[in-house]
Design a protein around this ligand. Structure first.
Ligand SMILES: [Mn+2]
Length: 417
């Protein structure tokens, strides 16, 4: 059985707080990502198209999305592809809490409540190639482990389970509410060949035998959802080992660019040049497979002569507007909470008070003249070995930039004097 697995499209997200043009583009991008997933299904001649919940962001279902989805459902129907859609916590199947029901074409099967549906998947010739067992959310607050409701599959053909769940112990799961929690240990021995999961917005495989896989959000929606997003193309067969490939489909990509080295940027032009260099270096180090549009968050930190301007909202928005052009991005936001004035560290180090004492201690630690023998093991949790040299190197890393931070935190606005 060959299928496409998508999740968390969150169509009709409002993207509040952005300009109208950016909001419109982001909503279009979510639909475009879905269309590309359908393109992939058609091109690869798959048997099934699986949607693991949160197809919609909430009750809102715009006319353009309604029209769009029915067209895409029909495209799949025209190619003999069965679409199976299990609802999630954002798009529960009951009318009291979820979006209105669409008049889907007959090839689309919706699991909209906590009843498992076992759906037979056919090839073009009508032969059975596998089964998908789907279960949905009827409300936005399902706390039960839905995986336990799925029947144990039997037989030779591939068996896929489709649901929206938070599996315990999946990386990134702490960012999501514990809706419909399930246990990895249970999924591993439940008898399915592939668990097509939704809810956690980062693509990840929790296990490979059987495959327990989050597709991740189809199109990133916030600055927390960086990197490529898309769908999985899966082929399961009883004869050979399964093939699973991630396809980057999102037309818009979210990234955070951290720029710390702005101490010599004493004009808007110089600052922009510095940020432009950092952006090009970051893209060269991590070139995208596609040509996405970018939503970029620029986080500036450290000492800079422009610290006053960067803390001013109007100046920040001028910088963001110019960076949008310069970096050729859909949108740029600039975060400057961690910038501070350039500080005469040497002068402060000579002070007779507790700040001077702390700065002298830091200097001595960095130079290796002093060792802290009683460091809290928790503070050292990131060091790989207990070799004194490794510990010293790790502590020096932790101390990077700490002098400026000590001065700025101790003296506040008076720090540059
Ligand atoms: Mn979601």
């Amino acid at each position: 059985m060959r299928f496409v697995h998508v999740a968390d499209a969150h169509l009709d997200t409002s993207f509040a707080g952005r300009t109208d043009a950016v909001r419109r583009r982001l909503r279009d991008a979510s639909r475009e990502a879905f269309r590309r997933a359908v393109d992939l299904a058609v091109r690869e001649d798959v048997h099934a198209f699986l949607v693991a919940g949160d197809l919609f962001d909430g009750e809102r279902l715009s006319f353009s999305t309604e029209r769009f989805l029915l067209e895409q459902g029909q495209r799949l129907a025209d190619h003999g592809v069965t679409m199976v859609y299990a609802t999630g916590n954002h798009d529960p199947g009951s009318l009291e809490s979820g979006p209105r029901t669409l008049p889907w074409p007959g090839n689309v099967r919706v699991a909209g409540d906590e009843t498992p549906h076992r759906i037979t998947i056919h090839d073009r010739e009508g032969r059975t190639v596998g089964f998908v067992t789907a279960i949905g959310h009827s409300s936005s607050r399902v706390v039960e482990d839905l995986s336990r409701r799925l029947p144990r599959p039997e037989g030779e053909l591939p068996e896929v389970a489709l649901l929206h769940t938070q599996v315990h112990a999946s990386p990134g799961s702490d960012r999501h509410h514990p809706y419909a929690p399930s246990e990895l240990t249970y999924l591993l021995r439940a008898g399915y060949d592939y668990w097509a999961l939704g809810h956690v917005h980062f693509h990840q495989a929790l296990a490979e035998d059987p495959h327990i896989v989050y597709a991740g959000s189809l199109q990133g929606r916030t600055h927390a959802e960086t990197g490529p997003h898309g769908a999985l193309l899966v082929e399961l067969s009883g004869l050979s080992s399964p093939s699973i490939s991630f396809r980057d489909l999102a037309p818009v990509r979210w990234e955070t660019l951290r720029v710390t080295d702005i101490e010599d940027a004493d004009s808007l032009d110089r600052l922009e040049r510095r940020i432009g260099l950092a952006w090009r270096a970051a893209r060269a180090a991590d070139p995208p497979a596609t040509s996405p549009e970018w939503m970029v968050r620029v986080v500036l930190s450290g000492p800079t002569p422009l610290w006053r301007e960067l803390r001013n909202e109007e100046d920040r928005s001028v910088l963001a507007g110019e960076l949008r052009e310069l970096l050729d991005c859909l949108d740029v936001v600039v975060v400057t909470e961690a910038v501070h004035p350039p500080l005469p560290i040497d002068d402060h180090r000579a002070r007779p008070d507790v700040l001077g004492e702390a700065l002298r201690l830091v200097e001595s630690l960095i130079a290796g003249q002093t060792r802290l023998e009683t460091l809290d093991p928790e503070a050292l949790a990131g060091v790989g070995s207990d070799e004194p040299a490794a510990v010293d190197a790790y502590v020096r890393g932790l101390l990077e930039g700490v002098e400026g931070e000590l001065i700025a935190r101790t003296l506040g606005e008076g720090a540059s004097r």
